[in-house]
Write a protein that binds this ligand. Structure first.
Ligand code: NOJ
Length: 540
């Protein structure tokens, strides 16, 4: 595979900067912290780092409310430091992916401030979706679209009486993608970061940008897609070309022009595309559009052999016609951490099912997460590791008074929100000084330095798996062939004589014929037996 195709099989580590590592001891992660931990990431064996938004932001939605793309938030550092992160990571063999949020900006963005100041009918307001209200005095919102954040309002009234649209929080006004200036500015932002050596861009809410200019009422149609049904087996029916704001056909011309810009720099895209329909999903991955998109079907899939196999098959089938590699994701900064999810009665992920106090068996969840890591890293395509996944961190229960995520507040307090997967990483048993989210008291056991060198730790498993995956070559690319296996067991071969077996049944099963064991997620149960919730990599 040519080096320029690195993204087809890369292992990509997601850095949520605010919680990754704190360089100045103020309780908020920062770029100094990232720089200090780059050797850790290189030793982990990942090929690229995806940084969630690090730009100037009031942090109304954890940085997904960007006030200026060309400035690093002072809480994180400076542009010069970001350039150093990119260069130093590159020197250690890791590429950088930045996060662009084109659907909306912060209400503190100069464009939105100018629009508010300029008043109704002004050219400044054309960059957004401003409308008069309904009702006798315009006192009712102009439309019925429910928010992507727990169905709350999507319209906010300004002091002069007009309303503006925001699919997420009121602090995130939606941009008008029919306006040429919006398109021009985003291409400049892409160039700004590509010029600084960035190798890729993650596109936030990639299927939401374009709206039907009439902003027609949904009138009962499904809202989706985020949070909502993922593509893949069992997904609910959803959007489509005619939906007023999801997956509109006009989006593709935007991504074609973005692709032309990326091609000038040899850079790549990964889209955040939550869509129920495989065929519609694959359109984003046509050769002149995005290189990859997150596999939310896999991330949402329960710990069940048949469902997982169906998901893998469907994923490979939907990517094949467009020649795009699949991506494999178990969790990210928006969803319940894997160890917790797999330790519950409901092992799939669904935003709608989030609640406080769900009983969780962490030992079981950890055992399954270890097996899932080997399954995921054996599949053809690129894989994502969310910070802390390699430490086996569970979802934290955040005390009520400390929750910051707007999803919690917009649910009326029923949804715990996403802070539980965003807690600062335990590097040592000593907690961070005044962390922006509290670290649970028992997290010392997960500390990276305690896991160092321990043969049974999650960190050691991830390091070994990533090292083997890179060295074997056969894991990331090429085809996958299923082997006949007992019920509840997944077994498939990969190029170079690699064989992955995952036992999701409740009983030990004999290992298939092999020359030697490369790596197991748990010790063998007696000679030649693979225990329940265990995976193994074999060479044949
Ligand atoms: C998806 C991001 O991953 C999430 O964190 C954010 O809240 C929404 N998009 C809105 O930008």
């Amino acid at each position: 595979m040519p080096a320029s195709d690195w993204w087809r099989s890369a292992a990509i580590y997601q850095v949520y900067v605010r919680s990754f590592a704190d360089g100045d001891g103020d309780g908020t992660g920062d770029l100094a912290g990232v720089r200090a931990r780059l050797p850790y990431l290189a030793a982990l064996g990942v090929d690229a780092l995806w940084f969630t938004p690090w730009y100037l932001s009031p942090l109304a939605d954890g940085g997904y409310d960007v006030a200026d793309y060309r400035t690093i938030d002072p809480a994180f550092g400076t542009l010069a430091e970001a350039e150093k992160v990119i260069a130093e990571a590159r020197d250690l063999g890791m590429r950088t992916i930045v996060d662009i949020v084109p659907n909306h900006v912060s209400d503190r963005h100069p464009w939105f401030r100018a629009a508010l100041a300029a008043g109704p009918g002004s050219p400044e307001r054309q960059l957004f979706h401003f409308r008069p209200g309904r009702g006798e005095h315009g006192e009712l919102p102009p439309g019925d679209w429910p928010s992507q954040f727990n169905g709350a309002d999507t319209w906010t009234r300004t002091p002069d009486g007009e309303w503006y649209l925001h699919l997420f929080t009121p602090q995130q006004p939606d941009l008008n993608w029919d306006h040429p200036e919006v398109r021009r500015e985003h291409e400049e932002v892409l160039r700004f970061w590509f010029e600084r050596g960035v190798a890729g861009v993650r596109i936030d809410s990639a299927a939401l940008l374009v709206k039907d200019p009439a902003l027609p009422d949904l009138a009962g149609r499904p809202p989706g897609p985020w949070p909502g049904p993922a593509q893949g087996a069992g997904a609910r029916a959803g959007a489509g070309a005619a939906h007023p704001y999801i997956d509109r056909d006009e989006l593709h011309s935007i991504y074609r022009s973005w692709r032309a810009v990326a091609d000038e720099y040899g850079a790549v895209f990964v889209g955040e595309v939550w869509l129920p329909d495989s065929e519609r999903f694959a359109r984003y991955l046509r050769p002149d559009e995005l290189h990859t998109a997150f596999n939310f079907g896999f991330l949402s899939c329960p710990w069940d052999a048949e469902r997982l196999r169906a998901c893998v098959e469907e994923t490979l089938a939907e990517h094949a016609p467009v020649g795009a590699p699949a991506t494999w994701v178990l969790c990210n900064h928006d969803v319940t951490r894997t160890v917790t999810r797999y330790g519950r009665a409901e092992t799939g992920f669904d935003f709608a099912a989030k609640a406080f106090g769900i009983p969780t068996d962490l030992a079981l969840g950890t055992r399954r997460a270890r097996a899932a890591a080997l399954l995921t890293l054996a599949l053809p395509g690129s894989v994502y590791v969310y910070q802390g996944e390699e430490l086996g961190l569970p979802e934290a229960e955040i005390p009520l008074g400390r929750i910051q995520d707007p999803m919690h507040f917009r649910s009326g307090g029923t949804d715990p929100g996403r802070d539980g997967c965003r807690v600062p990483l335990p590097w040592t048993a000593e907690p961070w000084n005044d962390p922006w989210l509290p670290q649970p008291a028992d997290w010392a056991t997960y500390a990276a330095d305690r896991q160092e060198g321990r043969p049974d730790s999650m960190l050691t498993l991830y390091r070994n798996a990533l090292r083997l995956r890179r060295a074997a070559g056969g894991f990331g690319g090429g085809s996958l062939e299923w082997l006949h296996a007992p019920p509840g067991v997944l077994a498939f071969t990969r190029p170079d004589g690699l064989l992955c077996v995952v036992n999701l049944s409740g009983t030990p099963v004999p290992l298939p014929r092999h020359t030697h064991v490369l790596l197991g997620s748990a010790p063998e149960e007696g000679a030649g037996l693979l225990g329940p919730d265990t995976a193994v990599w074999l060479r044949t």
